[in-house]
Design a protein around this ligand. Structure first.
Ligand code: ADE
Ligand code: ZN
Length: 318
């Protein structure tokens, strides 16, 4: 079976050891100095009240990024992690403004370093990598124009654009011009939607931003017509089981709608979101989370086949 992770934030997958080493190098004081004591500050161990509480765990991993070299290292290590997890293809996404936010780096320098690190990692480890740029909606529409411009500087190395961050506070409609420009560039579009807001947010992502895939989309189950539309239009769902439990998008694995998506003929898939923040691997999601969510081995195989079908392999880094 082909192992593909379509939804993995490289800025949500910074190794504990790397956080410690970068903090030392950059003179950044962390709340703890050894791996076991630092772990609870950077990894989720139980469900949070909501998405924004989950996102607070990014504070220290982002705080240690101070130079483009740090970003290059993180990107390369993400490809090494994908290799160690025996992934056949990984789609890595990142938000340059978010990565630059703690120490005043320029977002363009971050994009250049991430592209360089991911490409070096892909060559070194032989894992095909598709890069997806993320606009962090939490920073607002103006800052997202700057973020988009930084990403467009490397338009040929980046395959797609995503919108992440505080979905409830910053609806898709604020970002229509950004995504129009991205579509005109020839980029594919995936949008975080229906994770921290209702099915209307998924409709906005499709109708206003041109989403061809939806990140999470858990709340689509509340709207039968939308479920039909997702299936008919072959709009893929990038499900992230553990992340959805940890952000309280769903109350438990058992309550997760992935099984219903698959049974409805929607091109739903199994992904990790933020492996280091969530304390998980791809295998954890396939072997532990998916059965807990009621998936039979046949449905797991179907989800993995769906990932092959909706992956953006054409946009792989060369
Ligand atoms: N950024 C990283 N993980 C995210 C998630 N699950 N939702 C929105 N933005 C994110
Ligand atoms: Zn995500």
């Amino acid at each position: 079976m082909t192992r593909i992770d379509l939804h993995r934030h490289l800025d949500g997958n910074i190794r504990l050891q790397t956080i410690l080493e970068l903090a030392d190098k950059n003179g950044i004081v962390l709340p703890a100095r050894d791996p076991d004591s630092l772990r609870p500050h950077v990894t989720i161990s139980s469900p949070q009240p909501g998405l924004t509480d989950f996102l607070e765990k990014f504070r220290w991993p982002i705080a240690v990024l101070a130079t483009p070299d740090d970003c290059r290292r993180v990107a390369r290590e993400n490809v090494e992690d994908a290799f160690r997890e025996r992934l056949d293809h990984v789609e890595l996404r990142f938000s340059p403004v978010f990565m630059a936010s703690a120490n005043g780096m320029g977002p363009a320098a971050v994009v250049e370093a991430v592209v360089d690190g991911a490409r070096a990692g892909s060559r070194e480890f032989g894992v095909p990598v598709t890069l997806i740029g993320v606009l962090s909606r939490t920073f607002g529409a103006e800052t997202c124009f700057r973020e988009l411009d930084a990403l467009l500087g490397f338009r040929d190395r980046i395959a797609a654009l995503d919108l992440a961050g505080d979905e409830a506070g910053f609806p898709a409609r604020l970002f229509e011009p950004h995504f129009r420009k991205a579509r005109n560039t020839g980029w594919r579009i995936t949008i975080h939607a229906g994770e921290a807001a209702g099915p209307e947010s998924i409709r906005e992502a499709i109708d206003l931003l041109g989403a061809e895939r939806i990140g999470h989309g858990t709340r689509a189950v509340e709207d039968p017509a939308l479920m039909d539309e997702l299936a008919e239009k072959e709009i893929g769902i990038e499900s992230c089981l553990t992340s959805n439990v940890q952000t309280s998008a769903v109350p438990s694995y058992a309550a997760h709608p992935l099984r219903r998506f698959l049974e409805h003929g929607i091109l739903a898939t199994i992904n990790t979101d933020d492996p280091a923040i969530s304390g998980i691997t791809f295998d954890h999601e396939i072997d532990i989370a998916a059965p807990e969510a009621g998936l039979t081995p046949e449905l797991v195989a179907l989800a993995m086949k769906n990932a092959e079908r909706i992956a953006w392999r054409d946009g792989c880094l060369k």
